[in-house]
Design a protein around this ligand. Structure first.
Ligand SMILES: C[S@@+](CC[C@H](N)C(=O)[O-])C[C@H]1O[C@@H](n2cnc3c(N)ncnc32)[C@H](O)[C@@H]1O
Length: 234
C-alpha cells in the first residue's frame, strides 16, 4: 500500500532541496518570505505584509477563454506543437499553452518560484493538459542550449514597473516581483531564443512598451498587453 507523504515530510524534503530552514512558526526578523506547507499544498507568505493572506498558487485562476483564436493562440501560431516557456513564473501562461494543445516545457530559475510552480501543476486535474506540461529548474539560457529546439520559445520577462503603471499588478505579480526582482537578462534570452527556436519567439510586453530589442515580425495586440512575434533565424 502506498502512503502519501505528510505535510511535515513534504516540508522537510522541500527545506532540504531548497537549503531553507524549517520551522513551526515564522521566526521574527529571519526572512521576509515563508513557504507554508499543508495537506492542500504550498503557499507563499510575505511576512512584511501581515494583513495579506498567503498566496496559494494552486488557487490562482486559469485563463477563461482558451481558444486558438485568442491572443496567445494567435501569437503562438497554428503550426506550433511545442513551446518552451523560458520565464515560467507561477505558470499561468505555460498552463494556457498546454490548454491550447501544445507540449510545454516550463523553465524557472528561482528555486522557490519553481517549487511553487511544480506544486501548482501537481494540483491540476490529471488530464491531457497536465500531461503536456513539464517543469525544469534553472536558467533558460542553459536549457535553450541543452534541450532539443522547441517550435516556439515564449518569453514573459518581468514588466518594468513604470511601463505597467496603468494596470495594477495582481497580488501574485507583486509577490513574484518582490521575490525575483527584475529580469535584466531578457534581451540575452530573446537573442538566444531566436537562434534556437524552430519557428518563432513570442515576447509578452505591456501594450505601450517598446519592443525588448530587434526587429519584431508582427504583433498581436490586446487591451493591456501585446505579443511581439520574432521569426526564427532572423
Ligand atoms: C513575469 S514572470 C513570468 C510570469 C508567467 N508568464 C506566468 O504566467 O505566471 C517572469 C519569471 O521568469 C523568471 N525568469 C526570468 N529570466 C529567466 C531565465 N533566464 N531563466 C529562467 N527563468 C527566468 C523569473 O524568475 C520570473 O519568475
Amino acid at each position: 500500500m502506498a502512503m502519501r507523504p505528510t505535510a511535515v515530510e513534504l516540508a522537510a524534503r522541500l527545506a532540504e532541496d531548497l537549503g531553507l530552514m524549517m520551522c513551526d512558526e515564522p521566526l521574527a526578523g529571519t526572512s521576509r518570505f515563508v513557504i507554508e506547507v499543508d495537506d492542500r499544498g504550498l503557499a507563499l507568505r510575505d511576512c512584511q505584509r501581515p494583513g495579506l493572506r498567503a498566496l496559494r498558487v494552486r488557487d490562482l485562476p486559469r485563463h477563461r477563454a482558451v481558444t486558438g483564436r485568442g491572443l496567445l493562440g494567435r501569437a503562438l501560431g497554428k503550426r506550433s506543437h511545442s513551446v518552451m516557456d523560458a520565464t515560467a513564473g507561477f505558470g499561468s501562461d505555460a498552463i494556457h499553452c498546454a490548454e491550447l494543445g501544445l507540449e510545454v516545457i516550463a523553465i524557472e530559475r528561482s528555486p522557490v518560484v519553481c517549487a511553487l510552480l511544480k506544486d501548482r501543476i501537481q494540483g491540476l486535474p490529471l488530464d491531457e493538459t497536465r500531461l503536456r506540461l513539464s517543469v525544469k529548474s534553472g536558467d533558460s539560457r542553459q536549457w535553450l542550449v541543452e534541450l532539443p529546439p522547441p517550435d516556439v520559445v515564449y518569453i514573459d520577462p518581468m514588466f518594468p514597473g513604470k511601463e505597467n503603471a496603468s494596470a495594477k499588478p495582481s497580488k501574485a505579480q507583486q509577490l513574484l516581483r518582490a521575490l525575483v526582482g527584475k529580469d535584466s537578462d531578457a534581451v540575452e534570452v530573446l537573442q538566444l531564443a531566436c537562434r534556437r527556436a524552430r519557428h518563432r519567439v513570442v515576447v509578452k510586453r505591456p501594450r505601450h512598451a517598446p519592443p525588448l530589442t530587434g526587429e519584431v515580425h508582427h504583433q498581436v495586440l490586446g487591451r493591456t498587453v501585446r505579443y511581439d512575434v520574432y521569426l526564427a533565424g532572423q
